[in-house]
Design a binder for this molecule. Structure first.
Ligand code: BDP
Length: 690
């Protein structure tokens, strides 16, 4: 198995009685309607059933009085089944001795319902008395690609870009359709095809035509296309002297450009913008605000159904500032100033997609501006495509944290980040969620076969953030790897522990950003860069006394950006949960922690436990060999060998480096590193060579 089919595997169901039972309920597919999306739904069902049941199920126009089949229909007003449905929602109802009906609120709802029914079969559940209703909790469920015109992907670890810009629009790779199918199966309904560090070329007529060719493929799967824009494009390709968002000519340029796009992509989704962030130009270059920039684009989109997603990922190269505070400082004063077509897109944490971060203090603090959360699926800080990290627990940790903006124990069960972004806290008029894709041209899409689960988990949570990490893992394993109960259990258990294991050898107790450059080789010692906040020492603040970034009132006071209830949980080093300890406190090496160990001993224990746990992962994985496809088994086995080696590299780097400050021995129970600090430093240097 080369992994190409992802979770849409549709292999013959081995359990014959079960297969027959399914077949009795799936003797035909009746399609009431002719739209391309409905056709996709019927085609997908037919393809899925062909594989799962080993027979061709005919698609017919109308069930008439026939029973024993699947009926697809957009539920219009008189249909009682539709009452509880929201846009894109679906309901599947199986009637005894009747049909299985998939009602969709709209065409996309039918498509999502079709995939949901297939999922029931793929995970071996009964369909006879099925009655399930599902509505998306979030309206815009986006995948963001950081893909460039030359085929490279910023922070991509699974090959080249999926989009073959040189061939488009005349050659359309069939793979684009499979990409769309995979996304639609999760309910993802928007794709930003290019990097946030955007090229102005995407605004040229040449590229708009290429993008339109992709949009044509995605449309029958309910997916709209969006583009990242380069803010000074009116200058770069428009020949204007300025890109000032208040300049009438600039505004006209964007309005005309937008019109040009809609002419060829009538369902174009809108723009994603990274501006005045990490050196990217933006409205501030002209003395204007983020709101001025965003509102100009909103104006251009006004005649159409498109939106602006304006990113809040900003921080200044100020040696005295705490980067943690930057987004909150810049954006909260703009609350209420954004056009109603604008959503502000906020990374889950205040810094940058670290293995563990507290939630961004912007969540809950912009009641008048729809905020979306941006997660990173691609493993930029999670060991690329080698290390096995199942990310659902990371996403859930953020989504399920209470911001306390509605005070303690509010009736809604807390104003969690999820409830902020799904609009239930501040009644946002639009809701969105974004994930930075981990896909590429590798045959299996994600490099590491296990990383497919991260695309899957993101999509499932974008649809319904109340799903559990465990439930999603169980589903994914059954659809993708095996049904053998013991193996399912072993693999889901591995998945659920994988992120914590990575954190233990990489950034335990609230450490962050021990990298430079490509964000892979350990470099906690890295102290020189063009800006202070691009060094490692800026983040961990190791010194002879202790370790960690004091963000309490005695330090940067970033904690003050959170509600008092949150501050209370995190501001006291005695009670601050250990996973966040060094995010907020500079803790003495000798300080006794709640585990009974000193900070130094606890750190050593975590680094060693983390690295040793990779051996445990290897052993567990070895046990599932008989239940998993041999090619996938071998692939993961190989990656785990590398992960083990690199985990020890991480462990040794941290321990040897921090020891130069702590001046303490490695606890006697732990073996000493077999190399010196100079050795590991040399390794990291070599890693940087081209
Ligand atoms: C950082 C990445 C960088 C991105 C940036 C962003 O290192 O490549 O451009 O985020 O999100 O994590 O804009």
């Amino acid at each position: 198995d080369d992994g190409y089919r992802l979770w849409l595997k549709y292999d013959l169901i081995k359990d014959a009685p079960k297969r027959e039972a399914y077949a009795r309920s799936a003797q035909f597919i009746a399609l009431n309607g002719t739209s391309p999306i409905l056709k996709s739904a019927a085609d997908e069902l037919q393809m899925g059933l062909q594989g799962l049941l080993g027979r061709t199920v005919p698609i017919i126009a109308n069930a008439g009085s026939r029973t024993g089949g699947i009926v697809l229909s957009v539920a219009s007003a008189p249909n009682v089944g539709a009452q509880s449905l929201a846009a894109d929602g679906y309901q599947i109802v199986a009637r005894k001795a009747g049909n299985i009906t998939i009602f969709g609120k709209n065409d996309s709802g039918v498509l999502y319902g079709a995939f949901a029914l297939l999922r029931q079969l793929q995970t071996g559940q009964q369909v006879e008395n099925l009655s399930l209703t599902s509505n998306p909790k979030i309206q815009y469920r986006m995948l963001n690609h950081w893909d460039n015109t030359n085929g490279t992907i910023e922070r991509g670890y699974a090959g080249e870009s999926l989009w073959k810009w040189y061939e488009l629009p005349n050659t359309v790779d069939p793979r684009y359709r499979d990409y769309a199918r995979a996304n639609a199966s999760l309910g993802i309904n928007g794709t930003v095809v290019n990097n946030v560090n955007a090229s102005a070329r995407f605004m040229t007529a040449e590229y708009i035509e290429k993008v339109a060719a992709l949009a044509n493929v995605f449309r029958p799967y309910g997916i709209r296309i969006y583009l990242s824009i380069y803010f000074p494009a009116p200058k770069t390709i428009g020949g204007l002297k300025t890109a000032d968002p208040l300049d009438p000519e600039v505004r006209k340029w964007w309005a005309d450009k937008t019109k040009e796009i809609y002419k060829v992509i009538p369902d174009f989704g809108g723009f994603l913008v990274k501006a005045n962030s990490e050196g990217e130009p933006g409205p501030q270059d002209y003395g204007r605000t983020h709101a001025d920039g965003a509102n100009m684009l909103a104006d251009a989109l006004r005649p159409y159904d498109g939106i602006v997603m304006w990113r809040a990922f900003v921080y200044k190269a100020d040696p005295k500032a705490d980067r943690f505070k930057a987004a909150h400082e810049e954006f909260t004063p703009l609350d209420g100033k954004f056009d109603k077509k604008v959503i502000v897109q906020v990374k889950n944490g205040p810094i940058d997609f670290q293995p563990r971060e507290p939630f961004s203090p912007l969540f809950g603090n912009m009641p008048k501006t729809p905020l979306s959360v941006e997660f990173q699926i691609t493993q930029e800080y999670l060991g690329f495509a080698t290390h096995w990290v199942y990310e659902a627990p990371l996403f859930k940790e953020c989504l399920d944290t209470d911001t306390y903006v509605k005070g303690k124990g509010s009736p809604s069960g807390g104003a969690t980040v999820a409830k902020v972004i799904d609009g239930s806290v501040h009644q946002y008029a639009m809701t969105a969620i974004a994930g930075v894709a981990n896909t590429g041209s590798d045959r299996n899409w994600t490099g590491n076969p296990m990383a497919q689960a991260n695309w899957y988990a993101y999509g499932r949570l974008a649809w319904d953030h109340s799903l559990s990490s465990e439930g999603i893992a169980d589903e994914w394993v059954k659809m993708t790897l095996t049904h053998e109960p013991k193996a399912v259990k072993t693999i889901t258990d591995l998945m659920l522990k994988s992120r914590e294991i990575y954190v233990d050898y990489n950034t335990p107790l609230g450490l962050s950003r021990p990298w430079s450059g490509v964000h892979f080789a350990p470099e906690p010692w890295q102290e020189k860069s063009v800006r202070p906040d691009w060094t490692a020492i800026y983040y961990h603040r190791a010194d002879s006394i202790g370790l960690g970034f004091d963000r309490t009132a005695t330090g940067s006071n970033a904690l003050a950006q959170y509600r008092p209830e949150v501050q209370q949980q995190w501001s006291n080093p005695e009670t601050c949960p250990l996973p966040y300890l060094l995010w907020f406190h500079h803790v003495p090496w000798t300080k006794k922690l709640s585990t009974g160990r000193t900070l130094w001993d606890e750190l050593c224990t975590r680094f060693y436990t983390g690295a040793d746990s990779v051996v445990w992962m290897q052993k567990q994985w070895a046990q599932v060999k008989p239940a998993v496809d041999p090619a996938i088994f071998a692939d993961v086995t190989g990656r785990l060998i590398t992960q083990r080696k690199e985990a020890i590299w991480w462990r040794d780097s941290w321990v040897l480096y921090l020891q130069t400050y702590s001046k303490q021995p490695i606890p006697a129970s732990l073996p000493k590193p077999e190399r010196t600090l100079e050795d590991v430093k040399a390794l990291s240097e070599i890693y940087k060579l081209r």
